[in-house]
Design a protein around this ligand. Sequence first.
Ligand SMILES: CC(C)(COP(=O)(O)OP(=O)(O)OC[C@H]1O[C@@H](n2cnc3c(N)ncnc32)[C@H](O)[C@@H]1OP(=O)(O)O)[C@@H](O)C(=O)NCCC(=O)NCCS
Length: 251
Amino acid sequence: MIQTLNKHVKWRKDNGAIFICDCKRLIDLKVQLKYKEFMVRLERGVKKKELTEENKLVFKDFEKMNFLSELKIKPLNKKDFPKAMEILDNELGKERVRSNDFLYDKFKKYPSFFIGLFLGKDLVGVICGFTRDNYLLMSEIAIDTRFQKRSFGKRLVKAFEQAVKDKFTQINAGAYDSAINFYKSLDYEPFLLIQFKKGDYSPKNFSKFKVIGSSPTSIEMEVKSCDIKHLQLLREKYPKAHFQYIFKKTL
Ligand SMILES: CC(C)(COP(=O)(O)OP(=O)(O)OC[C@H]1O[C@@H](n2cnc3c(N)ncnc32)[C@H](O)[C@@H]1OP(=O)(O)O)[C@@H](O)C(=O)NCCC(=O)NCCS
């Protein structure tokens, strides 16, 4: 069982000590600074049996004080679906490209590729996927803002990879510019996808690039690394085209 701080518990380093607060029950606790590394690990989720004896003592105190919740990753149920869509709405906002109805159809078809991350009973993160010609598209991923940067996104991607690895050898994910470092940290390799409408541009406009795939309305371009400045220059030069880094991983 993986456990972590529950949704009401926050901590901070201050004045040479660590202050932990259950913001709902207004309970405070102070522990020595030497437990900082343990707090960082705990915030990301730990297994009690893997802790040192010293850390286990603090952990047991936290258990008694109800500071902890179980962190569970499992396929979504039908009843979780509306909450999952709410998380996508909140975190992906206007940039979200696929509708709830579209995703619900995919969910019915590929339920094992729709996975949730639960903190206690609460769904706080979701990843969705469905098949494309010869790969699996990791179509959406989002973690509730309040719980980001705790490795939960990373855990979801790993669970997704496990769920699909017997059926697919390649996963692709289109990255928001803000999520580029996230995919890089997971060892996904980028290429650049350029999409345009017929009449606005044609593949000829992009023939000087190192093209690795093309259709009448899109180009896939090889890149050595991700470069946001270069992306912005391309967007200025071809304002009617859509540029996005796609990250892929061979399983
Ligand atoms: C992108 C997202 C899913 C990442 O989830 P997360 O739980 O916050 O990320 P993690 O804590 O698992 O981060 C894993 C690694 O990614 C990197 N990373 C994550 N978010 C980052 C950010 N905003 N900037 C830079 N690096 C980031 C870190 O290097 C981190 O490495 P570490 O574990 O060594 O610290 C989450 O931030 C999110 O929901 N964002 C809004 C929705 C979104 O953009 N979805 C992706 C659309 S393509």
